[in-house]
Write a protein that binds this ligand. Sequence first.
Ligand SMILES: *[C@@H]1O[C@H](CO)[C@@H](O)[C@H](O)[C@H]1NC(C)=O
Ligand SMILES: *[C@@H]1O[C@H](CO)[C@@H](O)[C@H](O)[C@H]1NC(C)=O
Ligand SMILES: *[C@@H]1O[C@H](CO)[C@@H](O)[C@H](O)[C@H]1NC(C)=O
Ligand SMILES: *[C@@H]1O[C@H](CO)[C@@H](O)[C@H](O)[C@H]1NC(C)=O
Ligand SMILES: *[C@@H]1O[C@H](CO)[C@@H](O)[C@H](O)[C@H]1NC(C)=O
Ligand SMILES: *[C@@H]1O[C@H](CO)[C@@H](O)[C@H](O)[C@H]1NC(C)=O
Ligand SMILES: *[C@@H]1O[C@H](CO)[C@@H](O)[C@H](O)[C@H]1NC(C)=O
Length: 734
Amino acid sequence: MDTCISSFSHFLLLLCFTSFLQICCSASQLKSYIIYTGNSMKDEASALTLYSNILQEVAESKAETKSIEYHYKRSFGGFVAKLTEEEANRMARHDRVVSVFPNGKKKLHTTRSWDFIGFPLQAERAAAESDIIIGVLDSGIWPESDSFNDKGFGPPPSKWKGTCQTKNFTCNNKVIGAKYYKADGFFSDDDPKSARDVDGHGTHTASTAAGNQVSTASMLGLAQGTARGGAIKARIAVYKVCWYDTGCADADVLAAFDDAIADGVDIISVSLGGFSDENYFRDGIAIGAFHAVRNGVLTVTSAGNNGPRPSSLSNFLPWSITVAASTIDRKFVTKVELGNNNSYEGISINTFDLKGKLYPIIYGGDAPNKDYDGSESRFCFSGSLDKKLVQGKIVLCESRSKAIGPFDAGAVGALVQGQNYRDSPSTLPLAGSYLGLQDGATVYDYINSTRTPTATIFKSDEIKDTVAPVVASFSSRGPSLVTPEILKPDLVAPGVAILASWSPVSPPSDVDGDNRTLNFNIISGTSMACPHVSGAAAYVKSFHPTWSPAAIRSALMTTAKQLIPSENFQAEFAYGAGQIDPSKAVFPGLVYDAGEIDYVRLLCGQGYSSRTLQLITGDNSSCSETKYGSARDLNYASFALSVPPSNSSVSGSFNRTVTNVGSATSTYKAIVTAPQGLKIEVNPSVLSFTSLNQKQTFVLTIEGTIDEALQSASLVWDGGEFHVRSPIVVFRAA
Ligand SMILES: *[C@@H]1O[C@H](CO)[C@@H](O)[C@H](O)[C@H]1NC(C)=O
Ligand SMILES: *[C@@H]1O[C@H](CO)[C@@H](O)[C@H](O)[C@H]1NC(C)=O
Ligand SMILES: *[C@@H]1O[C@H](CO)[C@@H](O)[C@H](O)[C@H]1NC(C)=O
Ligand SMILES: *[C@@H]1O[C@H](CO)[C@@H](O)[C@H](O)[C@H]1NC(C)=O
Ligand SMILES: *[C@@H]1O[C@H](CO)[C@@H](O)[C@H](O)[C@H]1NC(C)=O
Ligand SMILES: *[C@@H]1O[C@H](CO)[C@@H](O)[C@H](O)[C@H]1NC(C)=O
Ligand SMILES: *[C@@H]1O[C@H](CO)[C@@H](O)[C@H](O)[C@H]1NC(C)=O
């Protein structure tokens, strides 16, 4: 899962551990691989025969029979098997195989947020909203949460073909389906066999996308108000692919896509990601989302939490939506006061109330446990502090620590100095606040110069953040490393300090022993931004049930609120078209549509062979028959032009087609905004329509020079009533 910043460190730990094991072991070791064979075969028995034959053909030892551990069948074909590296290489060359890749791991990457983006509870809703099904691939769900009760919901829409695994779980007319996936068959006591969410992440994302309205939500008094999802009347289908101990395996992600598409979901929400291969068909999300779009199902993904460095995206598929995370106008600050009456404003989500009482304060570096010295204990790692010295006190720690050391040693509070990115507040297992470098140094001086230093930490305050929305520093930036001329991310949505439902069994700080039992928690990550767009897409689809995934994406993009380039590092590569505006997205005027054939053309242009594409599509569409497409020619609602590193002159053109979904008779004028040095022309510059669904094409040409690594421009088709805005970026290739 594209980990929320505060949660999921256990997955990270686990990933490091597994990769260590892989390094240690010999090349002939058997590993779990996914063998993707493309389009699904109608007949399951003949598919299984084919898979066994392929397996026997590549097996090193003919004596031993290899087994198919799992196979995909409903929406596409493929299977999972244990192979040596040699066998995997042979398999990849087999002419019935599209790709072979290791069964890798992905990571998991309210509510004021909807009001902030201008989508009030009273927004007009279509009756069809209750026919929309959002499939959530995540850590499961806590079905008893108030966000998911089914009061007022009728039976599931008739198109629903999914199931409910009722192991310690009940579905209802809101959560209409639930299934768990674990191809490796390993279940631990910490996360037993069930679609139940013991982590909280899946409950949080599902309630953000489609949770009911809950009027008395708060995190122990913080962020008090009404929590709700984007599409409050939509249904939820749960696909549990992420597990507390083992993370999210690609084999399970694929199995969930295989089912979700066939089950009849409309939107698939995926707040997880990881290493994405240069080959789109060596990645579970890419394969799953491709088959989804072929079936008219929109996949929404989180951008990743590896920002702000350029090209740090973990999801960037041309056939899905990639969502970045931004701040909202509510910010959490945590005041600290010292015995000398000086006070400091730190950043954290602190629900603990020390009631203004002063406690002794000690520097972690002055309290090493035996076998440690001060240069180690100043970071406050678990076990590094002397219990006798820190018990009942507040501890000053260095670096971005979770203060597990002070918590385990019985401290009352912790101050952590020098958080790198101060725009996303963390939750500590005890009273705590993150101080800036200078404030932390001042507190240190006070401790060092005072005979009996004391301090107190206050419960967090909510203050107005007047510069919001700004893209969070952790939010991954484009350009895409694989197809840089498809602008990614597409959109930005709230992802910092988001209140939403939680699993009461999961500690809010993600630290064992934190006994706070919560029904709502405040966390940050592109994981939180993604379901805002899933909910908004469901909302748009409820007004336009026949719109394609590309049309819905276009509507969300061309109506988005633009963010200010100079206030966001990497500008459009941080926020794409801008912040979603669901109410406007229902009436976009024009849409940039695309379908399977357009993506196939794009892939031809990217060098994928006819054979590969035939296996995937199951028809004779081949690269020789269709026109090769450059990435620039995919009918996308944004424009990205890359300039070779050694050349400041640019020149390029884009062909686009817009479809009229506004007023039958209408005329649109092109309005271009461009920086000095760039000449951007649109031909024709006026488009006239005489009927709905009529299409018109135009060519956008860019010429000139750039003197910066990235320059922002835009095209607006102004139809009076509708303003159809597309971002344009011209950037120097890496
Ligand atoms: C159901 O799951 C919860 C949370 O993991 C657990 O506390 C409870 O014991 C389980 N109940 C049963 C009947 O397994
Ligand atoms: C801090 O403020 C309190 C209340 O105003 C006062 O009684 C106390 O003397 C002050 N302490 C110092 C060190 O200034
Ligand atoms: C702490 O105070 C002592 C005595 O005033 C001083 O010598 C020392 O440099 C201080 N330590 C630091 C790290 O500032
Ligand atoms: C949390 O609960 C456990 C088990 O009841 C208990 O041992 C522990 O002391 C509690 N921790 C805190 C911080 O209250
Ligand atoms: C694909 O081409 C082959 C040979 O040209 C032909 O026999 C077959 O019917 C075609 N299949 C489809 C789905 O068009
Ligand atoms: C620089 O780019 C321009 C426009 O694409 C092209 O005409 C020119 O030949 C390029 N110059 C070099 C040295 O590559
Ligand atoms: C783009 O449009 C121009 C002008 O209409 C046309 O000549 C060209 O073939 C088009 N290119 C593609 C790839 O469709």
